[in-house]
Design a protein around this ligand. Sequence first.
Ligand SMILES: C[S@@+](CC[C@H](N)C(=O)[O-])C[C@H]1O[C@@H](n2cnc3c(N)ncnc32)[C@H](O)[C@@H]1O
Length: 282
Amino acid sequence: MPRTRARCYLRRMTDDAIERFYQQDYDEAARLARGAGLLELLRTQQIIAPHLTGNGLQIADVGGGPGVYSMWLASLGHHVRLIDPVPRHIEQALGQQHSRGSVDPVVGDARRLDLDDDSLDVVLMLGPLYHLQEPGDRAAALTEAMRVLKPGGRLFAAAVSRFASTHDGMARRLLLDPKFVDVSKVDIETGRHENPDRHPDWFTTAYFHHPTELRDEVADADFEHVAVVGIEGLAGWFDDLDQRLNDPQERAAILAALERVQEEPSLLGVSAHLLASGVKPG
Ligand SMILES: C[S@@+](CC[C@H](N)C(=O)[O-])C[C@H]1O[C@@H](n2cnc3c(N)ncnc32)[C@H](O)[C@@H]1O
């Protein structure tokens, strides 16, 4: 399909509210620079880095946004195809510099990857699973990841915890608004998060996973060695997180503590984000 026709098709396929959120209402490029976003970045790197064995790996960063993870992977010498449906994100990624490896940002959708079978060492999917509300769409994205990975290749897929809006509501006092109480109740009951009034602090159309559901979805896509870990843990809700992360000793202590408890089932839902990993058989 020619690139322009593909772009129209993909834009129709992406929920309008999600595209408007990232294209107009919210600058995703700044999210990982401070506070809970910075902790999410540091922890995600801490979890993924030990698995990046080998030089010049072929990686897809599906739902890669403006490219923070792609640039990090390129700085390690890897070759990254960044795929995202939001044109603003692709433009932001194209504007970034990296010294080693390569980054190729293209408009695309997790459910239909323009990549060859068995061609990648690693797939990052840090976004699509929490923006696809229908189970069939999430399954399609995971099936595509499985298709494009080499046998033995590894998937990392992020989800938002079912309880994230309740915890966020307490931490940022959003629950003082009865409308947000209703939103958070629906989130817990159904996992389907909506923000029809485009409230600036209430995110956009999303799906919030229960940790066991995330594990099941990745296992159902036939991945092996499936594991689910909590990313930010309790520390993600600290009010003074920036101050703590700016102190090297505190930063190291927090990262080490979160690593120690990251697989504890009774704590998984406390994290705002969960990270599932799985290996393609063979
Ligand atoms: C919160 S951002 C995360 C960006 C980046 N991966 C990160 O972790 O910082 C979620 C991303 O998922 C992308 N996304 C949403 N639906 C998608 C889909 N169907 N296929 C691919 N990406 C999608 C959005 O455009 C957005 O860039």
